[in-house]
Every structure is written in structure tokens, then in C-alpha cells.
Design a protein around this ligand. Structure first.
Ligand SMILES: [Zn+2]
Length: 798
């Protein structure tokens, strides 16, 4: 069927069998810890006698521990799992026996028995696992933990590659061919050496080529042999797809997973290097030094170039040798479809994922910087292709001609064309995206921020099917949505309309669980943006946070930080003027005007001396000053108490402010036709009635007070809280009381809702039972350390 005439076209669906085989890397499972023999097993394995060099001893001991743990796993780390495995084994054996002798009736009976047995044992094992999971859930629940974030991920992303174009563009889809294609590609990429290199020319540098402060060899006695065992420098390369649907072997980003031992060694080296780099590296690479070098995205350069560079910079021989040992000895294995493939050597020095690589990359790039600086010192300096070649020939770092683009500004078209011709690069125009953020010289438009808004809504779409509690949504807004935005605010003053959109999205998600909603909020956004002591949820006000983030540049100028940007704005704009009183003129760039207007906003809460006195800029501190002091509420300890079950917190936060959508409230705005209580039907359903006057709640409250032994005649939430707060109870008891109160508020609100939606109100006895059980299991799971014996036995007796 020719395309163009029909809007339907046939599709070919290929189903690949599951590829088995390949070595699985050793992984540590925390569940092993539950075995009673876990500690002894590890200790026994670790204490085996090994002689030889220290590194050899360490590697051998780790190997013994690994074998011991594998045995532990096989023999069963807990009885249930061992029983489950044994039963499974027996069942398979019985089945094989039956298949071999199909005529024996007794074997068939045995097989049925074995199946029954396995079913029972397997269920016990699953129960054990789910019980463990449930306990973890009661403990962490909707709190901002890894458990929480893992459980809201839409699915376990597993990248299975069944077919791929290899480096010659051939389609490979047989089992085994895929891994072969990857290994061929990476062997070539990492294992090849450039021929006929030009060695590093010392004269290319400026006169201060050598440094006074190159790191000395002392303190390296742990590493004084300077030799690494191949086990230590074994790197597993994980492939992360660069595109949604990768087609070629090159469509993956290799991430090296170095082992912990190797990381410890390089950490020592990094520490040394970091101290001397600022003195060695020219300013125009400024972004890399002072701890801000993490933007490096390069791949690999040959190691000989690195050695020559380090020798030219006069690093001590011993140091150079250790670094070279680290970068030249790694053995690589590729991780494909969950198993390891290949074991090959690399000829290239640097790898992404190795902590020392970014620093070494800076050293290599220094050659280019110095060539350029030397050239620019010549009076007849113009763009000269030679300097680029000289660098490429020596370093083996070649600019990828498909990737980079040249950005020209304020140059004549003729000059631009000459640059393009000479470099062979493509000319691009601003804005472009760097690390996910658009870079442009003019005002950032709302449309450019669309990416940010899209990112937020995409996240919400993943979550919206999940029926999350208010507390869970609150955590997500705070930890995910607003942090996406934080990243941008460090760079830009965002347009007002974008800030409004961000607030709209976060607000809609908090109240409705969707990215868009017309549902009215129960509490104003400004109130939510207060901290918890002032009655809010501790969200950050996006506008103020933006000012506080950009304030960093105001501070940098006020304290005259040493970097290229400061020097540049000083020479272009500030000249000899005083920064604090400076006013930009109309011709200044949009960005610079934004920095200046941020300064004016900071002036309202800071004096020049106060800004200048900060030795380090803290956006958080500036934000707090901008936000000002808000009146404190007295009930924050009741609502945000640590022992509360997370999902109870939000409802009680609303209840204590009388902001739940009670029937009386709904009737007032015309949504409900009746005002009467959904539980008893006797009186108007306002907060006071629902939680204290309703016959249902009264009975629950009496039962709860009897359970905990609270003596109070309080008739509303505030009174109840105050009477406990001022009572003579230990801190732990107060916290238990609070946890019970918020649990009761939550349960009564739930009863009222089940009555509305399911016409069902559980008996008082049932609600009280649920209350006791939830409060106890939550507190048991996170029992604080400071609880004394008396309180502890009181709690256990509950
Ligand atoms: Zn009632």
C-alpha cells in the first residue's frame, strides 16, 4: 500500500524471546540482614587469613564475603524463603519423575501433593514479604522518603534492547548479536589509539607554565605502590538511551559505574587536585574551578596526552604515575539487558562517571586555553585554524562536527561567514538549550518557559492516576514540582505570567490531583507559602524565591567575587561606579537590568553592609528576610507532630483552621441543598458540631479519652490541644495524645465522607478500633529513642 494515498499502513510486529544468559553482577540485598546468621557469616568470611599486599588482602576478603553471601542466599536467609525454595525444588523434582514414568499412579499423586505443599510455602513467603513492605509503609507512608518516591513512579523502567543497528548500520536482532554489536562499538570507541600524535609543545603555554603548588607525594603512602589490581579498576558501563526509541549503538550514553574502592582512591587524588587547580587554570575556564566544574560532558581523550600535560604542569612524578595507573588500567564490561558482557581494556583515559574525570578534563582543556591566550597576545591575531588543529592533533579531543554550533553576536556577516568556513561548524542563533535551560541574550519569553511548565504537567500526569492523599501531594509539590522551578530561578528572572502558571499548576495539583482544576482552594496560596510555624505548608513563594536566587549576582558584585562574569560587567557597565547606587542606562542588556532591579528589591530589606558581610550567599536566608516575619500559630505542634500518621496531618491542618468543606459551608455557597450533619442528621454540620457536638463524635471522643487516660472537658480542637500542651505529661505522652487526636479528626471526616458517597457510617466501636490500631502501629514502627521505661510500658499496655 503506497503511502500518501491511504492513511492506513501495515505494521510489522516482532516478538522477541526473552534473552537469558550472561553473567549477572553481584548485588547486595538488604533482606539478607534479616537472617540470624548474617553477622556471623560476614565476620567469619572477613576474618579469613590472607597474606600479601594490602590491596590484594582487601580484594580477596571482599571476594570471600561475596561467596559467603551467595551461599547464604541459596541456603535461605530466612526460614520461610528456604522453605519456599525447597518446596519449589521438590515440586519440580516430582514433576520430572512423573514425566519420566507416566504410568505410575503413585508418582502422579506425589506430584499433586508437592504442588499443594509448594502453594502453602509460597504463600507464607509472600505474606512475609508483604508484611515487611506494609511495616515500611506504616513507618514512612506519605512522608518524603525514597520508599514514597519509588512507589509513585509510574513503572519500573527496564531497558531491554532486542534489536539494534550496529556500527556499520547493519540490523542485528539474533540473541547474542545485540551484545556483540555493542561490544564492537565500544571496543572501537574506547580501545583505539590515535596514530601520529603531536606531543605537547611546552612553548605553547604562557611563561608561568609551571606551578609552585603542584600536589606533593606525601600522604599517599596507602597508594605508594602505585599499582592497582584489575579487580579494583573494573568498570561496568551502563547504557542509558539518549532518545526515546534508540535505533543505533551510538544512541546510548555510557555511564561508568566504578566500584567503591576505586572511588575512595580517586577521592584522595581529587582532593589534592582541587587545591591546586585554581592556580593552574586560566580564568576563561573559570566555570570549572572553585567547585563548580560539574558541567563537563566530554567523553574520552587518550592517556598519553594527559601524561604530557601533567608533566608540563610539573606535577610530581609519583602523582602523575598514580593518576596514570587509574586512567590506563580500567577493564570494561557492558551491562546489556540486565547482564554483563565483555571484559576489555580501554586506551582512552577519561570516562564519564569517574569522579576524577572532570578535573583531568580541565587539565587537558587547559592546553587549548593556553594556545588561544598565546595567540591572542600576538598583535596580528585573528582567527587561526592552526591553533585548533594543534590542539586536536595533540589531545585527540576532536570537536564533533555534527554537534557544536557557533554563536556569533555583534559581528558583521562577512566575519561570521569566515568563521563558519574556517571551522566547518554550523552557525546557530540564540536561544539554544544548555542543560535543559534556554540560553538567550534577550528577554526570556513566556513561550521559552513552556518547557518548564510542560515538565511540571508531565510529572503530574504520571501521578494523577494514583489517588494520592493530600499529604502525598503536598510532598510532591514541595520536593518535585517546586524544585524543577528552583533550577531555573538560579539563572533567570522568570516572567510574571510564567510564575503565575507555576502557582496555578501547583495549586491545582495540591487540591485536585490534576494539573488543571477549577476547584476552589480551601486556603489561600499566600498562606500555604508560609512556614509551618506560621500556619502554612512551608512552600516557597515563587516570586520571592526568584528574587532571592538572582540576588546571588547582586551579592557577588557587592563582595567583588573573583570570576570572569564580575570582571566583564565591571568593565562594560559598572566601570568605576559604586555598585550599590548604580543605575543601568537604557541601552543595557535585559539580563543586566534584571540584576539591577533585583538589587533595588534587596535594598528594601538589606543594607549594603549586610549583604557585604555574608561570606557565603544563602538564598534561603535572603528569602526569609524578603518574606518577613509572619505571626506564629500555636497549633503547629499538634498538626506536624512526628508521631502522627502522615496522611492525617493535612486533614487536621484544615480542620484546626475550620477550612474543611463541611455541609454547612457547601450549603452557604449553594452546592448543597441541606445543611444538616451527614452522620447524625440532627444539627447543622459545621466544624464545631462535626468534631465535638455530634453524638457520634462525642462517643468516639469519650472512648479515646478513656483509652489514653486523658482528663479534660475541652469542647473544641483548640481547647483540647491547649489542655494537653499545658498539662503535666511527658513529651512522649503528649505526642501520643496529639497523634490520637489527629487520627480521630481524620476518621470522623472519613465517616462523614463515606456517609455522603456510600451511605455508610461505621459503628462507633469500629471507628474506635481503627483509631487504636492505626495510632499504635504507627508509633510502634517509629518509636522514638528518648522514651523512658515508664512511658514505654504505658504505651505497650495501651
Ligand atoms: Zn452530627
Amino acid at each position: 500500500m503506497p503511502e500518501g494515498q491511504f492513511d492506513h499502513s501495515p505494521g510489522l510486529l516482532t516478538v522477541y524471546p526473552r534473552i537469558g544468559g550472561g553473567r549477572k553482577p553481584f548485588k547486595y540485598f538488604t533482606m539478607w540482614k534479616s537472617s540470624p546468621v548474617f553477622n556471623d557469616t560476614i565476620q567469619a568470611a572477613w576474618n579469613t587469613q590472607v597474606s600479601g599486599r594490602k590491596m590484594f588482602m582487601l580484594v580477596s576478603k571482599l571476594k570471600t564475603v561475596k561467596i559467603a553471601l551467595k551461599d547464604l542466599n541459596k541456603s535461605g536467609f530466612s526460614d520461610v524463603q528456604a522453605a519456599d525454595l525447597n518446596a519449589h525444588h521438590d515440586m519440580v523434582a516430582a514433576q520430572e519423575l512423573m514425566h519420566a514414568n507416566p504410568t505410575y499412579q503413585c508418582l502422579s499423586n506425589k506430584e499433586l501433593e508437592a504442588i499443594q505443599e509448594y502453594k502453602i510455602k509460597h504463600k507464607a513467603y509472600l505474606d512475609f514479604l508483604s508484611q515487611k513492605a506494609k511495616l515500611a509503609w506504616i513507618k514512612a507512608g506519605d512522608e518524603n522518603t525514597t520508599l514514597f518516591h519509588q512507589s509513585i513512579k509510574s513503572r519500573n523502567i527496564q531497558n531491554q534492547v532486542y534489536s539494534i543497528h550496529d556500527k556499520e548500520g547493519r540490523w542485528r536482532d539474533k540473541p547474542g548479536e545485540v551484545s556483540e554489536a555493542f561490544i564492537e562499538y565500544y571496543k572501537l570507541l574506547l580501545g583505539s589509539v590515535q596514530e601520529s600524535r603531536t606531543p605537547v609543545i611546552k612553548q605553547a603555554g604562557c611563561p608561568n607554565w609551571s606551578s609552585v603548588k603542584a600536589p606533593g607525594p606525601d600522604g599517599f603512602d596507602v597508594l605508594h605502590h602505585g599499582k592497582l589490581l584489575k579487580e579494583v579498576n573494573h568498570t561496568v558501563v551502563t547504557l542509558i538511551p539518549k532518545t526515546k526509541c534508540p535505533r543505533n549503538v551510538g544512541d546510548f550514553r555510557p555511564i561508568s559505574c566504578c566500584n567503591t574502592l576505586y572511588k575512595c582512591i580517586t577521592k584522595v587524588l581529587c582532593g589534592r587536585l582541587r587545591q591546586v587547580l585554581p592556580d593552574l587554570i586560566l580564568e576563561n575556564q573559570g566555570g570549572f574551578v572553585h567547585g563548580r566544574y560539574s558541567q563537563y560532558k566530554g567523553s574520552a581523550g587518550p592517556s598519553e596526552f594527559l601524561r604530557e600535560m601533567m608533566e608540563c604542569l610539573e606535577f610530581p612524578v609519583q602523582f602523575v604515575n598514580i593518576v596514570m595507573e587509574c586512567v590506563t588500567t580500567p577493564m570494561f564490561s557492558l551491562m546489556i539487558n540486565g547482564s554483563m558482557h565483555g571484559f576489555f581494556k580501554s586506551q582512552r583515559g577519561l570516562r564519564q562517571g569517574d569522579p576524577i574525570s572532570p578535573l583531568l578534563f580541565v587539565i587537558c582543556m587547559e592546553y587549548l586555553s593556553r594556545i588561544l591566550q598565546k595567540m591572542s597576545a600576538l598583535s596580528q591575531f585573528q582567527f587561526h585554524p592552526r591553533c585548533k588543529e594543534l590542539f586536536s592533533n595533540s589531545s585527540g579531543l576532536k570537536a564533533n562536527h555534527q554537534k557544536p554550533s557557533i554563536y556569533c553576536h555583534g559581528m558583521s556577516d562577512g566575519d561570521v561567514q569566515r568563521v563558519v568556513d574556517a571551522s566547518g561548524f554550523v552557525r546557530s542563533t540564540l536561544p539554544f538549550k544548555y542543560l535543559g535551560v534556554p540560553i538567550c541574550s534577550k528577554k526570556i519569553s513566556a513561550a521559552q518557559c513552556g518547557v518548564l511548565v510542560d515538565k511540571m504537567t508531565a510529572r503530574i500526569k504520571l501521578w494523577s492516576s494514583r489517588n494520592l492523599s493530600y499529604t502525598a501531594r503536598m510532598q510532591l509539590v514541595n520536593s518535585v514540582l517546586l524544585s524543577l522551578y528552583m533550577y531555573w530561578t538560579q539563572i533567570y528572572v522568570l516572567p510574571k505570567s510564567v510564575l503565575q502558571d507555576i502557582v496555578k499548576i501547583c495549586r491545582a495539583f495540591l487540591w485536585s490531583g490534576h494539573a488543571y482544576s477549577s476547584k476552589p482552594s480551601s486556603i489561600a496560596w499566600e498562606r500555604i507559602c508560609c512556614d509551618k510555624q506560621s500556619g502554612g505548608l512551608g512552600f516557597r513563594d515563587v516570586l520571592l524565591w526568584n528574587i532571592a536566587s538572582i540576588g546571588k549576582y547582586v551579592w557577588a558584585l557587592a563582595t567583588k567575587q573573583d570570576n570572569v562574569w564580575i570582571k566583564w560587567v565591571t568593565s562594560v557597565y559598572l566601570k568605576d561606579g559604586e555598585w550599590w547606587d548604580y543605575q543601568p542606562n537604557n541601552t543595557a542588556s535585559w539580563y543586566w537590568k534584571q540584576v539591577c532591579s533585583t538589587k533595588e528589591k534587596l535594598k528594601m530589606v538589606f543594607t549594603e553592609a549586610e549583604i557585604g558581610a555574608m561570606s557565603k550567599y544563602s538564598a534561603k536566608q535572603v528569602y526569609n528576610n524578603l518574606a518577613g516575619n509572619r505571626p506564629k500559630v500555636h497549633w503547629d505542634r499538634l498538626v506536624w507532630n512526628r508521631l502522627n500518621t502522615p496522611k492525617h496531618r493535612f486533614i487536621s491542618w484544615l480542620a484546626i483552621q475550620s477550612r474543611l468543606q463541611t455541609t454547612a459551608k457547601m450549603a452557604k455557597i449553594g452546592i448543597s441543598s441541606s445543611e444538616s450533619c451527614l452522620i447524625c442528621g440532627q444539627k447543622d454540620e459545621d466544624h464545631h458540631h462535626l468534631f465535638f457536638n455530634c453524638s457520634y463524635s462525642k462517643q468516639c471522643l469519650v472512648a479515646m479519652k478513656a483509652w489514653l487516660g486523658i482528663n479534660t472537658t475541652a469542647v473544641d480542637l483548640h481547647q483540647l490541644y491547649r489542655s494537653i500542651k499545658h498539662g503535666r505529661h511527658s513529651k512522649f505522652r503528649k505526642q501520643v495524645y496529639y497523634a490520637a487526636i489527629v487520627a480521630l479528626v481524620y476518621l470522623i471526616w472519613r465517616c462523614r465522607n463515606t456517609s455522603l458517597w456510600d451511605q455508610l457510617v461505621p459503628a462507633v466501636k469500629v471507628t474506635v478500633g481503627t483509631l487504636k490500631q492505626t495510632v499504635k502501629s504507627r508509633i510502634q514502627a517509629i518509636l522514638p529513642k528518648y522514651v523512658n521505661r515508664k512511658d514505654n510500658s504505658w504505651f505497650v499496655s495501651l
